[in-house]
Design a protein around this ligand. Structure first.
Ligand code: NAG
Ligand code: NAG
Ligand code: NAG
Ligand code: NAG
Ligand code: NAG
Length: 331
């Protein structure tokens, strides 16, 4: 086998070289000297490839790793000026990361969605643009008063329902920011799920100081009460005029309005304008019962109106949720 191939090489060499003979080593050496610039270029290309590999391979990998390892915490979200198409969004958040080199993100857009189960595509219902961010170990990302379109009504309804009715919810945030390290730019995938507290169905409403008006107001209000609506979340939510039907057990009492309601984190003190069925106010037992301690009042949300518009993503979840039990004169 090996004999045969040697013979073949011999034959070719004999055929090609006729003028003078030299050893194989000499020929290779001569060739190298003549073509030295080819080897120089090849060496430079290898060095360049290694440098580019570091710049475009290793640095982006390190950056992606540190982006993956970073954490995001949403400190506060405000949803104001509600309408059925858009609202105003503010968000304060803090990112913790370990930045190995000095770098910054170009302006980017966060897409927000509800995390889905494996395999399902998440649906973005709102976006938030943030400006250039210098990457630091603790990074504050505060954005205020951005008019935000509702990109998918079904997904946003679901988000709003979870915000209003859940004790806790998860929000997905993703973007595809450009990282700038010196003059090198490359994209990374940013994707985080943050855990948020919801308003927990407005549980724990308290009512105080019922005052029957001798003269009903022009809008028909015949009783005013003070109220406290707890908001255990970090959401600020502008609701507008909230109307609820009120009852004690099976006995309907009428309906109540909280005007121009904005729920801030913590306890919200409000004035409640009640429209009690007038006949009840002539019943001495009913009037006396208003002073009794710990009476459970059933509240069923009827409508929310802001700027003359029913806001379906607030109204529907509030209306569809189980009635809220408010305690009159808690002790
Ligand atoms: C970063 O996390 C994403 C998922 O969020 C994953 O697909 C990717 O492989 C991770 N990249 C690195 C470099 O760890
Ligand atoms: C974000 O923080 C600023 C400064 O403390 C505050 O004025 C603003 O109300 C906060 N935003 C939200 C949505 O709570
Ligand atoms: C950003 O928001 C946080 C949390 O609400 C707040 O404490 C901080 O003061 C805000 N920073 C700026 C610059 O607005
Ligand atoms: C009021 O409602 C609470 C539950 O929300 C219940 O535990 C309590 O027994 C009720 N009180 C009365 C007097 O019905
Ligand atoms: C809401 O209130 C209006 C009048 O105030 C009433 O006609 C309607 O039946 C109420 N809707 C519900 C679901 O209670």
């Amino acid at each position: 086998m090996s004999d045969k191939s040697e013979q073949k090489v011999e034959t070719i060499e004999n055929a090609g070289v006729t003028e003078f003979r030299e050893t194989r080593g000499q020929r290779v050496k001569r060739h190298c000297v003549r073509r030295w610039w080819i080897y120089l270029i090849a060496t430079l290309l290898v060095i360049l490839a290694v440098v580019l590999g570091i710049i475009f391979g290793i640095i982006p990998k390190i950056a992606q790793d540190s982006v993956n390892d970073s954490t995001l915490q949403v400190d506060a979200i405000a949803i104001t000026n509600p309408s059925n198409e858009r609202f105003t969004l503010s968000m304060n958040s803090t990112a913790h990361s370990h930045a190995p080199v000095s770098a910054h993100f170009s302006p980017q857009t966060f897409e927000m969605y509800l995390p889905t189960t494996e395999g399902e595509q998440p649906v973005t219902f709102m976006t938030l643009s943030v400006g250039r961010l210098d990457i630091k170990d603790t990074l504050t990302i505060n954005v205020s008063d951005v008019v935000t379109e509702i990109l998918d009504k079904t997904a946003y309804d679901e988000f709003s329902t979870q915000v209003l009715n859940n004790e806790k919810l998860s929000l997905g945030i993703r973007s595809n920011p450009e990282v700038n390290v010196g003059s090198i730019k490359f994209k990374v995938d940013y994707q985080k799920t943050v855990e948020l507290m919801g308003l927990n169905g407005l549980k724990g409403i308290e009512l105080y100081n019922p005052e029957i008006l001798d003269e009903p107001l022009e809008d028909g209000t015949n009783m005013i009460t003070d109220g406290m609506i707890p908001n255990p979340s970090s959401f600020t939510l502008q609701v507008g005029d909230l109307t609820v039907d009120i009852a004690v057990g099976p006995q309907k009492l009428g309906w109540s309005v909280v005007k121009d309601l904005t729920l801030y984190p913590g306890d919200n003190k409000v004035k409640i304008y009640n429209h009690i069925t007038p006949a009840l106010l002539d019943v001495p037992i009913f009037v006396a019962s208003l002073q009794a301690p710990n009476t459970n009042i059933t509240l069923t949300a009827n409508s929310t109106v802001f700027n003359g518009e029913h806001i379906s993503w607030l109204e529907k979840p509030l209306h569809d949720a189980p009635p809220v039990i408010a305690v009159l004169n808690p002790q």
